[in-house]
Design a protein around this ligand. Structure first.
Ligand code: ADP
Ligand code: ZN
Length: 717
């Protein structure tokens, strides 16, 4: 199998001296090139190429063979997502530098005493004094320790005082210690931890949904399952939705296991990637924490897969091979005979339904740890108590923040919108500033004096006059982003120490860790942030959360808009009152009677999810039915239109099968490409893949048109 988008595996001749086994990584010729590949399981039905025409395998790579469980996983993901298996394999071979053994480094050892008596200068004496017999030293370090030049060492070697020797390979990843003392668990925590450990010790596949309110100790509980995997001598994988925002999580891991875990995400340097890939393959890495692509690493014996914040849409990969890492984590665990744990305070309806039907076990932690109470959620009705003209914070919220700050406690304002204003409008002619490449408004970032498209990155300076009617000083910012809320906060609370947390000013892990540190150390009074602040932060001094626009996520008519809004706002709310002082959450909304607001106010997510389920069930919407989206895109609008129309004409039908579209996508233009969408909806007992395969085979797609298949779509844009 080659890591290329080909239909299947290729045949090669195995030279007798190579003794290859299934799963071995090899080098093979392909056209004029030499490329890496994996010996795949032979399909007995496949017709072989005539022996004489086969090209030979050139070499076997010195890395452990790919396990059967990873090979089956790759085949499965390919079949499920309708991707070429080689395209999936490429994710598993993403670090080609790791396939060659790291070249051992040369250093020096003391030579055994010989007959000659070389001259001993003071420099040479210093070198000898710095060395212990039998131990190899790197030249640079030794020279520095003895304060000599490396030339002195070479001279000593020529005179028989030193000998070259290979340095031992240093351990790159220290082993986490499962017996390292952690917090002691009692009551429901202890019971849940014991149940999880039992499932890990069973060394069989099984999925557990671990739920519990924010701050109930879910992380500590699944850490115990990680410890059990270590005791079993198997590896544990923990998937987090956003590694860059997980500094506090990493600190807690270190506190629990004595060392930091190995990391896997897109921002690793290529050297770290290489070292990590190889250390995983060789079993040196025992616990790995990663983003979704960590599913494709070559664990020799995976015993536990944890998906934390399992409801997060960040687990869906939307480019290349389109897959949902939470769902694929379950499959990865199944092929590895491993336990799988899905964790969330606000589980997805998919996982809740699986727990309800008994496919998943469920464990629940009903209360916050240490007697902390859940915050009280109160609506602020924007119809009754609107903000002043041109302002966005209503009087009740302003008063609450003022009172909180006066008590010396921390407050947070949440608005899931980057920049200063989401829309720039001409008051004279009504013209709106839009992106030339996308169906999207340009977002003003006032600090940088820029209008930016959040879809394609297009940037332009704010024009002095309206580009449409030429009116001067007529362009107005409409609506708030976090920068504008910060501007209002600066006027209201000039003495409060404010911190804005959005991806624009928190670009990476170091900045996020520094921000969290500053908040924990009470160097900040007021936090103003986007969804970055909703993540699993533990801020013990934070007692007030104000949601500036609780209705924001409900627009757009997405299937899961309500579910996602509840999840996001509940997560944000969960940042408040995590220690002794109780917390309060204010929701600014134009419709406090909306079921989403009522679920948050009454803290009754179960009832909300039950109502969601009742709404989706009759129409066979997920999770009670299946969806697959086809996205057709092309720079040439007519080419996209033609393929979309052909797909519509060839659409499958029949009992329990429905095709919606083709229709222009909500993002009808994205990065200069015109987009059309079709949506296949099926009853749950009908598999979509065979339908899709048959359907796609009927339609010819020219080279200038891209057709993406999105099974179980999360985004409908
Ligand atoms: P969740 O993941 O459910 O939001 P956490 O695991 O983050 O909850 O726990 C919330 C806080 O309580 C953390 O600071 C954690 O270290 C602490 N905590 C939880 N359980 C215990 C325990 N049994 N002993 C001591 N501290 C605990
Ligand atoms: Zn754009």
């Amino acid at each position: 199998m080659l890591p290329l988008p080909l239909a299947g595996a290729y045949d090669y001749r195995v030279p007798p001296e190579l003794a290859l086994g299934v799963g071995d990584l090899v080098v093979v010729p392909l056209g004029q090139r030499e490329i890496h590949g994996v010996v795949w399981d032979a399909d007995p039905a496949a017709e072989g190429v005539a022996e004489g025409r086969l090209k030979p395998v050139l070499a076997r790579l010195p890395v452990p063979a790919m396990t059967a469980s990873l090979r089956r996983f790759i085949d499965w993901v390919a079949a499920y997502t309708l991707s070429p298996p080689g395209a999936v394999l490429r994710m598993a071979l993403s670090s080609p530098g790791a396939f060659e053994p790291p070249s051992p480094q040369a250093g020096w050892v003391l030579a055994p005493p010989g007959n000659s008596q070389p001259r001993l200068t003071p420099e040479r004496k210093r070198v000898l004094a710095a060395m212990v017999a039998g131990q190899a030293y790197a030249g640079g370090a030794l020279a520095e320790a003895a304060q000599v030049s490396t030339g002195v060492l070479r001279g000593m070697a020529e005179n028989g005082l030193l000998r070259p020797a290979l340095l031992p390979r240093h351990q790159r990843f220290r082993a986490p210690d499962p017996e390292h003392p952690g917090p002691s668990l009692a009551g429901p925590q202890a019971a849940a931890a014991a149940a999880l450990c039992e499932r890990v010790a069973a060394r069989r596949f099984g999925v557990t949904l671990l739920t519990g309110v924010t701050g109930s100790g879910k992380t500590e509980v699944y850490f115990d399952a990680v410890a059990e995997a270590l005791r079993q001598g198997r590896q544990a994988l923990v998937l987090l939705p956003e590694i860059a925002l997980s500094a506090q999580w990493l600190d807690r891991f270190k506190a629990r296991f004595g060392v930091a875990p190995a990391l896997w995400h897109s921002e690793l340097t290529s050297k770290t990637r290489r070292d990590t890939w190889r250390a995983v393959a060789e079993g040196e890495v025992q616990v790995l924490v990663g983003a979704r692509s960590a599913l494709f690493l070559p664990y020799p014996d995976l015993g536990l897969v944890v998906v934390d914040e399992e409801h997060e849409t960040a687990f869906k990969q939307e480019e290349g091979v389109i897959y949902h890492a939470r769902d694929m984590a379950v499959v990865r665990a199944r092929f590895a005979e491993a336990a799988c744990v899905l964790v969330s305070a606000t589980p997805s309806l998919e996982s809740l339904t699986n727990a309800e039907t008994g496919r998943y076990a469920r464990l629940d932690l009903p209360t916050r740890h240490g007697g902390a109470t859940l915050p009280q959620v109160v609506p602020v009705d924007l119809r009754k108590t609107p903000p002043e003209r041109g302002r966005f914070l209503a009087p009740p919220l302003v008063e609450a923040v003022t009172a909180t700050l006066a008590r010396g406690e921390q407050a947070m304002l949440f608005l899931n919108r980057r920049g200063y204003a989401p829309l720039t409008l001409c008051r004279a002619c009504g013209h709106r500033m839009r992106c030339p490449n996308c169906t999207a408004w340009l977002v003003e970032h006032r600090a940088q004096r820029r209008l930016t498209c959040h879809h394609c990155g297009h940037v332009e300076p704010p024009p002095a006059a309206c580009p449409e009617c030429g009116a001067e000083h007529s362009l107005t910012a409409v609506g708030p982003g976090v920068e504008r809320v910060q501007e209002e906060a600066a006027q209201l609370w000039p003495d409060a120490r404010r911190l804005v947390m959005a991806s624009d000013n928190i670009p990476g892990p170091a900045a996020a860790a520094a921000a969290a540190q500053a908040i924990s150390a009470r160097e900040v009074d007021l936090i103003i942030g986007t969804q970055i602040v909703a993540k699993g932060w533990h801020f013990p001094h934070l007692t007030l959360v104000g949601v500036v626009d609780a209705d924001l996520g409900l627009a757009g008519g997405d299937l899961r808009a309500a579910e996602r809004t509840v999840q996001l706002l509940h997560q944000v709310a969960g940042r408040a009152g995590r220690a002794e002082s109780p917390g309060q959450v204010l929701l600014q909304s134009f419709s406090p009677e909306h079921p989403v607001m009522q679920a948050l106010i009454g803290n009754d997510l179960d009832a909300f999810m039950a109502a969601e389920a009742a709404m989706r069930q009759p129409g066979h919407w997920p999770p009670f039915g299946r969806l697959a989206a086809l996205i057709v895109s092309a720079e040439d609008e007519r080419a996209a239109e033609r393929v979309a129309r052909d797909l519509g004409l060839a659409a499958p039908g029949g009992e329990g099968v429905q095709v919606l579209g083709p229709a222009p996508a909500p993002l009808a233009l994205l990065r200069g490409r015109h987009r059309r969408r079709l949506l296949l909806k099926c009853r749950r007992d009908i598999a979509v893949q065979p339908l899709l395969r048959e359907w796609l085979a009927k339609v010819e797609v020219p080279g200038n048109v891209r057709l993406q298949v999105d099974v179980d779509p999360v985004s409908f844009l």
